[in-house]
Structures are given as structure tokens and as C-alpha cells.
Design a protein around this ligand. Structure first.
Ligand SMILES: NC(=O)C1=CN([C@@H]2O[C@H](COP(=O)(O)OP(=O)(O)OC[C@H]3O[C@@H](n4cnc5c(N)ncnc54)[C@H](OP(=O)(O)O)[C@@H]3O)[C@@H](O)[C@H]2O)C=CC1
Ligand SMILES: C=C(O[C@H]1[C@H](O)[C@@H](CO)O[C@H](OP(=O)(O)OP(=O)(O)OC[C@H]2O[C@@H](n3ccc(=O)[nH]c3=O)[C@H](O)[C@@H]2O)[C@@H]1NC(C)=O)C(=O)O
Length: 353
């Protein structure tokens, strides 16, 4: 048995011994945890139900030198068909919430579903989160990618984030990395989180761009890859009935535009003002809607939504997106940037097999 496998077993046994019903699942399909409904298995999936369970799992992963891959609401990710080798952590169970009606401050844990927390905020007559009603995904994921829709953006309401900075190197190997730099190189893609480093970080306007935050693993910022545990949002007072009307009009717009007609990840590519038109409109203009590759299809009703039209593989969805990018590049010169993030091992597809 490999050393890695022994560590998974050790982690599993420790968690279950301490908490017999700890939600830890070996060799489990991640497809039901993504809105594309595709993807292979994770070696081990952790679904802590509250902060204590999360912090204990992080502590054990740190001790065992097991890196973690974090999954948000699964709304903007494409998990490889051969899955994810390692421990996957979903924070969807973390849903504590506190409402300060005097200052209109909402403190919520990262696992909140965006639509549900949007509804919660509107019931407090608070504006700012209502734009996100009907948007799939979790609060943590929305912060991570600075979600934006209907002229509302997360950066406008996020005040502070409770997070744990990422350590690229397991604690035991830190000394070596400092000396030679070699270990750091080898562990570039691995994420470790030290529970004792949980802290609130204030964010300013400079920390965000269009659909981008410093939490992106490649941002080069101190917050790169940090684990978002909770968020404090500053909302504005507004009449509940007016907010409800807006909120339902956004949901209606999504329904009309076919966001829920088939499993998908919403917009596949980012918009870019420099193109002079939204990406969906550009792709539509090239007559590509309805294009198929196996079970993957560019929605016949929207140029920027790739759907799982039935039994699609993640590979087919990705290959279709590459074909669309290539067509757009050749015919317009525009370089589309995917909004959907890939997780897991993609070497097979990237090497052209
Ligand atoms: N039923 C209703 O009452 C509804 C009302 N609305 C209202 O309509 C207004 C607009 O909503 P919104 O969702 O922003 O719809 P828009 O059609 O204005 O924008 C849709 C998307 O296209 C992008 N876009 C627009 N023009 C360009 C361009 N030239 N280049 C690249 N991207 C572009 C926008 O980017 P960006 O985000 O950067 O602007 C946005 O992401 C809002 O005030 C909203 O409240 C919206 C939906 C339903
Ligand atoms: C949360 C998301 O963000 C979404 C957000 O929900 C919506 C609504 O605000 O606006 C963006 O989509 P989008 O650009 O595709 O918005 P749409 O309103 O559908 O399309 C923009 C414009 O292009 C036109 N359009 C779109 C698709 C198409 O095939 N043909 C076409 O002409 C539409 O008629 C509209 O005038 C965000 N996407 C990006 C990449 O910025 C998401 O990923 O789903």
C-alpha cells in the first residue's frame, strides 16, 4: 500500500474515531457536487458540518502532510474525468450566520448557498446580495471569484474575510525549503492550512478586479489560495418589497436565458470590454450555438453557456470549449478566457490524447 493511501486511511480513522458520524467519504464521485454533473472520484471527500469539524480536519491534514483541494459550491468548476487524487474539502456544511441590524453587517460562513443567503438578506430589508438570487454556488466561491451579475459585484459588499492563509509547504519540510528552495518547488500545487492562523483580513478596493480576487491561487498575493471560512458583508437598507421585485426579476431573467435548462456552469468564458460586446453575443454572431462534441453542447439558446446535454464527460466539455476558443481566435482575433476552473488531473487531455 502506498504511503499516501496509508495517510488517507489514518485521516479517515482519526476523524471517525473522534466523531463517529464525521462526514468523510472515501473514493466518492464528485459529479453530484458540481453543476455540470460530471467528473471522477476524489480519494477522500471531507464535508465538515461546522467550524470545529473543519478545524480538526485541517489540523490532522497538517500533521499527516496531506494537502487539500477546496471545492466551493461546484458552480464554476470542471472536475477531471479521472478525478482528484488527494483530499477534497467542501465547506458547504458551514452555514453559521449573524445579522447586525444596526450597522447592516452580515457575517456568514462560506458554505452558504448564494441564492439562500440572498433571500435571507432581503428578508432583513438589506440590499447588496439580492443581485445574486438564482446564482448557483457558495458564498466562499463568490468571494473567491468576485462574482458579478446584474450590476452587482461581491467586491462592493465584502468588508472582511475570515481566512487561513495557504502554506505551500507542509510544516515539517519548511526548514528545508528555506535553505534550498527545492521542496517549495516540488510542492507548488499543494495547499496546507494551519488552523491556528485563522484570522480576519480587511479588504480594500485594490484587492479586486473583474471576476478576480487576490484569493486566486495564482495571484501572487499573500492571500493567494487562502481558505475562506467566513465573510463579513456591509449591506444597505432598502424596502423589502422593492428588493423582492428586483430579486425575482433577476431569477426570471436567468430562467428565460436558459441557465437552468441543462446542467452547466453558467457563463463559460469571461466577458471582456475590449471586445466591444459580451462573449455570448460574439460566439452567437459566429453561428456556433448548438455546436456539439459528444455529450457536450454549446447551448442552442446562449452562446456563452456550455451544457452537459446528456452523459457528457468533463473531457468533452473542455474539448468543446477549446474548439470554441479556437474558432473565436481565428475569426475575430479575440482570446477568450475561461471563467470555469479546472480541478484534478488534466494531463491526458492537455497532451492531446
Ligand atoms: N427583468 C428585469 O427587470 C431585469 C433587469 N435587469 C436590469 O438590467 C440592467 C443590466 O443588467 P445586466 O445583467 O448587467 O445586463 P447587460 O445586458 O447590461 O449585461 C449583461 C452582461 O454583458 C456584459 N456586457 C455588456 N456590454 C458589454 C460589452 N460591450 N463588452 C463586454 N461585456 C459586456 C455585462 O458586463 P458588465 O457586468 O461588466 O456590465 C454583463 O456581464 C441592470 O440594471 C439590471 O438590474 C437585468 C435583468 C433582468
Ligand atoms: C454569474 C454569471 O455571470 C453572468 C451574469 O449572470 C449575467 C447577468 O448579469 O451577465 C453575464 O452573462 P452574459 O454576458 O452571458 O449575459 P447575458 O445577459 O446573457 O448576455 C449579454 C448580452 O449578449 C446577448 N447575447 C447573449 C447570448 C447569445 O447567445 N446571444 C446574444 O446576443 C444578450 O442578448 C445580452 O444582450 C455574466 N457573465 C459574465 C461572464 O460576466 C454567470 O457566470 O452565469
Amino acid at each position: 500500500m502506498s504511503r499516501q493511501k496509508q495517510k488517507f486511511i489514518e485521516l479517515y480513522q482519526c476523524l471517525r474515531q473522534e466523531t463517529p458520524d464525521y462526514p468523510v467519504f472515501p473514493d466518492i464521485s464528485l459529479a453530484p457536487f458540481t453543476t455540470f454533473a460530471v467528473g471522477g472520484n476524489a480519494d477522500l471527500l471531507l464535508l465538515p458540518r461546522h467550524r470545529r469539524e473543519l478545524l480538526r480536519a485541517l489540523e490532522l491534514c497538517e500533521q499527516l502532510e496531506l494537502p487539500l483541494i477546496v471545492l466551493g459550491g461546484g458552480a464554476n468548476v470542471l472536475v477531471s474525468d479521472i478525478g482528484i487524487r488527494g483530499v477534497v474539502l467542501s465547506l458547504c456544511g458551514l452555514q453559521d450566520i449573524g445579522w447586525n441590524s444596526r450597522d447592516f453587517l452580515l457575517e456568514a460562513e462560506a458554505g452558504w448557498d448564494m441564492s439562500q443567503i440572498s433571500g435571507y438578506s432581503v428578508r432583513q430589508s438589506a440590499a447588496g446580495l439580492h443581485h445574486f438570487y438564482g446564482m448557483p454556488g457558495s458564498l466562499g466561491g463568490a468571494v473567491y471569484m468576485n462574482a458579478r451579475c446584474y450590476e452587482g459585484e461581491m467586491s462592493e459588499i465584502v468588508r472582511r474575510v475570515l481566512c487561513i492563509p495557504r502554506q505551500s509547504v507542509p510544516p515539517a519540510r519548511e526548514a528545508h525549503a528555506d535553505q534550498g528552495g527545492q521542496a517549495e518547488q516540488a510542492d507548488k500545487a499543494e495547499s496546507f492550512y494551519r488552523p491556528s492562523e485563522l484570522r480576519w483580513v480587511e479588504l480594500g478596493l485594490g484587492d479586486w478586479h473583474y471576476k478576480y480576487s487576490h484569493f486566486r491561487p495564482d495571484s501572487g498575493h499573500a492571500l493567494a489560495g487562502a481558505l475562506i471560512v467566513a465573510v463579513e458583508l456591509r449591506l444597505r437598507e432598502q424596502s423589502q418589497s422593492g428588493l423582492e421585485r428586483e430579486m425575482h426579476s433577476f431569477l426570471e431573467d436567468r430562467i428565460v436565458k436558459g441557465h437552468f435548462r441543462a446542467p452547466c456552469g453558467g457563463s463559460f468564458f469571461k466577458n471582456d470590454r475590449a471586445f466591444g460586446a459580451p462573449t455570448g453575443q460574439i460566439i452567437d454572431g459566429l453561428g456556433l450555438k448548438g455546436l456539439r462534441h459528444g455529450g457536450a453542447q454549446l447551448a442552442p439558446w446562449h452562446g456563452n453557456i456550455i451544457i452537459n446535454a446528456g452523459r457528457a464527460s468533463a473531457g468533452e466539455i473542455w474539448q468543446l470549449s477549446c474548439r470554441i476558443r479556437e474558432e473565436v481566435r481565428q475569426r475575430t482575433g479575440f482570446e477568450l478566457e475561461p471563467e470555469v476552473q479546472r480541478l484534478g488531473d488534466w494531463q491526458l487531455w492537455d497532451s492531446g490524447h
